[in-house]
Design a protein around this ligand. Structure first.
Ligand code: FE2
Ligand code: FE2
Length: 287
C-alpha cells in the first residue's frame, strides 16, 4: 500500500479589507515592513488566493493522505489577517484524507501579540497523537502516518522586535521533547520520521536563519530514518544533510509569482518518491 503526502509553505495571503484599521499597525516593526511590502513584495504574492485555490483543486482531483504545512500564511500577523486567512488555510488542510500537520512561520507570529492569535485561529491544527510530549510552547505535535511513518512538527518561528532580525530559534524545551520523542520505541521503529518546521535546518544566515541549528542537528544526526521539511526560503530545493543519508526538502513558496512550488511524496514501503508541484497554465501540476 502506498501513501501520498503533500508539503507546501509560505502562501503569504494578501491583506484583507480592513486589515490596517487597528492600532496594532502602529507597531514600529509593522510600519517598516509595510513599506517593504508595498515596494518589494506585493506584486509577487498578489495572486496567492488563486494559487491556494489551485492547490485545493489539485487536492480534490488527486487526493493525498496527509498534508504538511510549514507556515507563513500571513504577512504581519494582524488579527484581521487571521480572521480571513486561517479559515482558508484550514479548508486546504482539511482536504487531506487522513490528517494534516502545520506550524507557524515568522510572518504569522510577527510581534509579541501574534502567537496568541495563532493559538486562537489555528486551534484546529494544534492537536497531537502524543499529547504527553507537548511542552508549554504548544509543540511538538505528532501525527501517525500510516503504520510505517510518523510526522513531528516543532516551532522554530518567534516574534523579533527589530525589523532587521527575522531569525528563528527552537525553544530549549522543544529540543528536549524532540530528543525524547525520537528515542521512543514506537517512533524509532517507524521507517520514516518526517520532521517539519518553518526555518531551514542550518545557521547559514545570522539574521534570517535558525540561530540554534547546530544544537538541533546534534539531536537529529544519529537518526537515519528522518525526512526534514521546511519553508521560509521562497525557493524550493532538496539535498542530503552532509555526511548523512537524511534528505531535506524546502517547499519554497506556493504563491510566489514565477516560482510557485510544493513537494508531493509517495511512500511505497521503504521508498520515498518525491515530485515537485509547479504552476503551469493557471493550474498546479506534478513534474
Ligand atoms: Fe515566507
Ligand atoms: Fe518565513
Amino acid at each position: 500500500m502506498s501513501l501520498r503526502i503533500l508539503h507546501f509553505s509560505d502562501v503569504h495571503l494578501p491583506f484583507p479589507p480592513g486589515a490596517f484599521r487597528t492600532p496594532a499597525i502602529l507597531h514600529p516593526k509593522r510600519m517598516i515592513a509595510l513599506l517593504n511590502f508595498k515596494f518589494r513584495r506585493r506584486t509577487k504574492y498578489r495572486d496567492a488566493i488563486q494559487k491556494l485555490n489551485g492547490l485545493n483543486q489539485l487536492l480534490r482531483n488527486e487526493p493525498v493522505d496527509y498534508i504538511f504545512y510549514t507556515g507563513d500564511t500571513l504577512n504581519l500577523g494582524l488579527e484581521r489577517e487571521y480572521t480571513v486567512g486561517a479559515p482558508r488555510m484550514l479548508e486546504t488542510l482539511a482536504l487531506a484524507k487522513r490528517g494534516s500537520l502545520a506550524v507557524p512561520g515568522n510572518h504569522d507570529i510577527y510581534t509579541g501579540a501574534s502567537p496568541a492569535l495563532y493559538g486562537k485561529y489555528f486551534a484546529a491544527c494544534l492537536h497531537s497523537d502524543c499529547p504527553d510530549a507537548i511542552t508549554s510552547t504548544g509543540f511538538p505535535l505528532v501525527r501517525w502516518v500510516g503504520d510505517d511513518a510518523v510526522a513531528i512538527a516543532f516551532n522554530s518561528a518567534r516574534p523579533n522586535f527589530a525589523f532587521w532580525n527575522s531569525s528563528g530559534r527552537v525553544p530549549n524545551q522543544e529540543l528536549d521533547a524532540l530528543q525524547s520523542l525520537l528515542a521512543r520505541p514506537e517512533i524509532i521503529s517507524r521507517k520514516h520520521v518526517f520532521l517539519l518546521t518553518h526555518y531551514p535546518f542550518d545557521e547559514a544566515n545570522y539574521l534570517h536563519g535558525l540561530r540554534n541549528a547546530r544544537a538541533l542537528l546534534r539531536i537529529l544526526r544519529p537518526h537515519q530514518n528522518l525526512v526534514l521539511l521546511h519553508g521560509h526560503n521562497h525557493r524550493p530545493f532538496t539535498y542530503f544533510l552532509p555526511e548523512t543519508s537524511i534528505p531535506l526538502y524546502c517547499a519554497g513558496s506556493l504563491s510566489k509569482a514565477g516560482g510557485e512550488s510544493f513537494w508531493h511524496f509517495e511512500l511505497v514501503g521503504d521508498t520515498l518518491n518525491a515530485r515537485r508541484g509547479v504552476w503551469k497554465n493557471a493550474r498546479f501540476i506534478l513534474v
